[in-house]
Structure formats: structure tokens, C-alpha cells
Design a protein around this ligand. Sequence first.
Ligand code: IPD
Ligand code: CA
Length: 270
Amino acid sequence: MADTKKLTAEQIAEICDLMRRCGAMMRAAHDVERNAGDITEKPGSANFVTVYDVRVQTALIDGLSAQFPEAAFLAEEKENAANAITNGLCFVIDPIDGTTNFIHDMKCSAISVGLFDRGAPVFGAVLDPYRDELFTAAAGEGAFLNGVPIRASDRDLPHALVSFGSSPYDRQSLAESSFDVLKRIFLRCADIRRSGSAAVDVCFVACGRTDAFFEGVLSPWDFAAGGIILTEAGGRITDFSGVPIEPGKKSSVLCTNGSLHAEMLDLINQ
Ligand code: IPD
Ligand code: CA
């Protein structure tokens, strides 16, 4: 089998420029368009799409397909072929992760772009346009925040900040178990956080601001890029049974600094 694709520094810079241009679109978002009237709802509870989700996704797919004509796309706001990610080069894109935050002008949302070659991680980038923070990682080459190397923390659970996702779109089936787990963890760690953007949550574990993150169900675009960044920063990502997540699949997600992983799995599965 041919070697896994590696991006050149120029290709990475071009992807990052495109993401920054999309980030500027988000920052300039007009209240009238961000709010009522232009919001549509997807299946699941309170699962919204704004015109900006669609605009940013179109800009990303147009720009990336001009740069990589051979690549397929698995993206939040379109129909996706089931096996695109295992067939060849495939971008996994969340145009706005944290759409509900975006609608409420919370200024905590991110653009997430992961690249896989026949299912193997190649590159991940997550841009928080409000803090102007760009997290990047190429497989085997470490993780960076605005070009500066980052590492996951080495905190133990009593000192850990743990972020949590409420699985809002699946609340009917998951609320009870999610909040039971949250309570068990809250009683053992320093404190709990809920940002509203899973991509930001995963990157915060990667750079050591928080020490773990978990959510009962996420779509692949929520954590694809972040997972590459976290792994390259020395952290660990699995599903709730401790198994690596199949690329391109919906899954429960546990991200940790590595040393907390076994203890967090125990607490989740009690
Ligand atoms: C959502 C956010 C949120 C998480 C949800 C995700 P979206 O993504 O990451 O933090 O709790 O599970 O679906 O829908 O805003 O792109
Ligand atoms: Ca998302």
C-alpha cells in the first residue's frame, strides 16, 4: 500500500489561510442573519443551522477542492457517502462547531478541518476565530497553538478541570446517563466546564487548559481534527469503552491528558 499522504508546509499554510478567511466571516456575522428567520432545524432536539454554517462550509469545500481535487468531503451540512473516509483522501469538516453558541453570540465556536488518507490521520486544524487561536497538528509532527508547541497536562483527578458535552440532540435517550456520569466525576475532580463547542473542548485538553472532556454522542466532524491534535499533544481519545474510535463514525467520546484515561473510564462505566 502507498505511504500515507503528508502535507507540505505550503499546503498547510494555504489551509490555515482559508480557515482564517472563514473565521473572519464568522466574526463579521450580522445579527439579523445569525438570529431568527435564517435558522433552520435538523433532526434531533434544538439542532440548528444558520446561513453562516452553509456559507462557511461552501467556502471551505470550494477552497479545499481547488487545492486537493482528488479529496472527498465528510461535512456537517451535507449528505455524506458512508465510506468516503476509508476510500482515499477525505476532509472531515465542521464549518461552525458550536452553532447554538454562534446564534446566541457567545463567541465560543470553532471551524474544524481534519484530513484523513484511507482512514489514517494526516492533519487537523481547529480555529477559534474569537480568540484568534489556531490549533494544528500533522501526524507524527506534534501539535501547535498559533505555531507554538502544546502538550496535554499531567494533572491528577483532584486537580483536574473536566469539560463535558450534554449531547443536546440526543437528550431524550442520554440525559439521565450523562448527568449521572457528570455527578460522579464532579465529586472527584476540581470542577466541571461546558463550553458548547466540542472542537474547542478537545483542543483545550490538548493544550493543558483542561484535563479531560467527555460527551455521550458526537458526530465525526465534532472531534476528527481535535482528535489528531490531542493525540499529537500526548493526550488520548477513545469511546466510552476505551476503544479507539473508527474514523468517520458517530461515537461516545472521552478525551484525556492520557494519565487520567483509565480513572475516567472507570467513573463513566460504574
Ligand atoms: C455541537 C457542539 C456541542 C456538543 C454537541 C455538538 P454543533 O456541535 O460541539 O458542544 O455538545 O454534541 O453537536 O452542532 O454546534 O456543530
Ligand atoms: Ca459540531
